[in-house]
Ligand binder design. Structure first.
Ligand SMILES: Cc1cc2nc3c(=O)[nH]c(=O)nc-3n(C[C@H](O)[C@H](O)[C@H](O)COP(=O)(O)OP(=O)(O)OC[C@H]3O[C@@H](n4cnc5c(N)ncnc54)[C@H](O)[C@@H]3O)c2cc1C
Length: 544
């Protein structure tokens, strides 16, 4: 009897403790729910896409927040609001490219009568970085005030999904905010990869170069991506001994004839290319430099060299693996962590993705040009309009123009020649092309056949222009307008009927007559250049 009473008492004590603890859990979660701040839309990532999407949604009357947080690079570099483009991408890159172009301009100026001693011209890395960073900081400030004036709540905090409708945002002091939302946009972009080799911690990436306080000195750029060649281009252009180590081809994914043209130009300008090699280790040499050892891709040979700076530009990883996406059910491409989307919507209907994180291969049709600022911006704005304005326009990932800011700039829109051959058939493809020498280059006697323009036309469709490629000064400025023409379905006849603007480089597109199929030379000669610059193309004169 006494035992039965004891058991009953213990049971009561246990039950009351359990009830108490359940009540306290309930109270805690009620507090947490009370603390959660709810938005119509939470955008994760305050870069090109995220900022555009959040501002547009707020403009349409929605309650919107953005979480943006920059984890420092392994070398310790960090930056402000605006994402890759503003801080460690397009903007500082183009400004440093401009610094290099100005150096070339100073050399050319001597032929134009400027009394400059080219041997006495010096470049200050510190001044350039200081001024470029001052501009970047002004943009960071501008983005913050724009968010404020657009009524977008900004959390400078790292966002992690707790479940499909709840995010935990942690700021740099560790303060946590719980945010719930009806819809989420993942716009977290990517970060540079570094090869996993001994000594990788001695290397930097594009996340570091633009804010580097000390001069880079003799630099090895590892990789042949557009980021690699652009960085190598401006580093060499402002006076550093620069080498590029390539495992295979330059500018994978771009038209390979154009890629070759750019590489040749860079080599002729004095950039060293270490081809078919991969780095195996980096260590500090007694000289204080970095000793890089490398081996050939077939393992048959090896080499080494000392550099002040080793910059990896071997591609980028998207930032999707440390934000709790597994708690949401959002599917990722297991190969690269990218987010497959249909009209920017993931497989979880209220979670969307824009910008660099989306899986271009999973688009229909696939696109290799998803990782660009204007693509992220346009996709973000259109998404907000579809979500909150009843708009129906979808992002068109085809016909995206772009430019590579190598010393010889390269602009393109549409298919590469390789893709066009596969898509339309070699027999259906007419390639009109010409080498050209900008008029500005004649007086300082710069290269005759460095610049090149080609139009890819589909003969089976009234010679519709399906690709346009140009290497030359201001290629980006040349290409943008043609992208509009291609969107409107321009044919070769439209180009021929268009009157050129003389004397420009872009007018070559209005007078293209030589086809690749004809086998005729597309190279410019001294004579053709002279007559061309008198206002008539050599080809036209010769034909008469
Ligand atoms: C060197 C270089 C040069 C380039 N040049 C050009 C060019 O000339 N033209 C062009 O069109 N494009 C260029 N690009 C590409 C362009 O910068 C990107 O395509 C563009 O910035 C992508 O925008 P996004 O919104 O997808 O992401 P991002 O701009 O990368 O922004 C993502 C933001 O999200 C933050 N974030 C990530 N995870 C979280 C999280 N969990 N919580 C909170 N915040 C998070 C990141 O820190 C970052 O601030 C260049 C890129 C590089 C690297």
């Amino acid at each position: 009897m006494a035992i039965a009473v004891l058991v009953a008492v213990r049971l009561l004590v246990f039950l009351s403790a359990t009830l108490k603890s359940l009540a306290s859990i309930g109270a805690r979660s009620a507090t947490a729910m009370a603390e959660a701040i709810h938005y119509d839309l939470l955008v994760i990532g305050g870069g090109s896409g995220g900022l555009a999407c959040s501002k547009q949604a707020a403009k349409l009357g929605k309650k919107v927040a953005v979480c943006d947080f920059v984890k420092p690079s392994p070398a310790g570099t960090t930056w402000g609001l605006g994402g890759t483009c503003v801080n460690v991408g397009c903007i500082p890159k183009k400004l440093m490219h401009q610094a290099a172009q100005l150096g070339q301009g100073i050399m050319d100026s001597v032929s134009y009568g400027w009394e400059v001693d080219p041997t006495a011209v010096k470049h200050s890395w510190e001044t350039m970085v200081g001024n470029v960073q001052a501009h970047v900081k002004s943009l960071n400030f501008g983005y913050r005030s724009e968010l404020m004036s657009s009524n977008v709540k900004y959390y400078n905090a790292y966002a992690t999904f707790v479940d499909a409708k709840t995010v935990k945002a942690v700021d740099k002091k560790g303060k946590e905010t719980t945010i719930t939302a009806d819809a989420f946009v993942i716009a977290t972009g990517g970060r540079p990869k570094v090869a996993d080799i001994p000594g990788k911690e001695l290397c930097i990436t594009s996340d570091d170069i633009f804010a580097m306080k000390t001069t880079p000195g003799k630099t090895l750029v590892v990789g042949a991506s557009y980021v690699a060649l652009e960085c190598a281009g401006f580093l060499h252009g402002v006076g550093f001994d620069t080498s590029v180590m390539m495992r295979s081809i330059p500018l994978r994914g771009f038209d390979q004839q154009m890629a070759g043209q750019i590489k040749t130009y860079m080599q002729e300008e004095g950039c060293t290319f270490i081809e078919k090699m991969v780095p195996v280790s980096v260590e500090m040499a007694p000289s204080g430099r970095k000793l890089v050892k490398w081996t050939s891709t077939d393992g048959a040979s090896s080499g080494e060299g000392e550099f002040d700076t080793v910059l990896f530009a071997v591609g980028r990883d998207v930032c999707t693996n440390a934000m709790g996406l597994d708690a949401t059910g959002v599917a990722l491409n297991p190969k690269n962590g990218k987010v497959p989307t249909v009209d920017e919507q993931t497989n979880v209907p209220h979670i969307y993705a824009i910008g660099d994180v989306i899986d271009g291969d999973a688009l229909s049709p696939p696109s290799a040009l998803t990782e660009l600022t204007p693509v992220a911006i346009q996709a973000g704005k259109l998404l907000a309009d579809r979500l909150y304005k009843g708009a129906t326009e979808k992002m068109d990932y085809l016909g995206v123009p772009t430019t590579v800011y190598t010393p010889l700039e390269y602009g393109c829109v549409g298919y590469t020649e390789e893709e066009a051959e596969k898509t339309f058939g070699k027999d259906n493809l007419e390639v009109y092309h010409t080498y050209f020498k900008p008029l500005e280059w004649t007086v300082p006697h710069r290269g005759d056949n460095a610049c090149y323009a080609k139009l890819l036309c589909n003969k089976a469709d009234s010679e519709r222009v399906v690709g346009l490629h140009v290497c030359g000064p201001n290629a980006g400025e040349m290409t943008q307008g043609f992208a509009v023409a291609l969107k409107c379905g321009a044919t070769k006849a439209h180009f021929d009927r268009t009157v050129g603007i003389h004397p420009t480089n872009v007018e070559w597109f209005t007078t293209l007559t030589t086809t690749k199929a004809s086998g005729e030379s597309a190279e410019s000669t001294g004579f053709s250049l002279r007559v061309r610059h008198c206002g008539e193309s050599a080809a036209e004169l010769i034909r008469r």
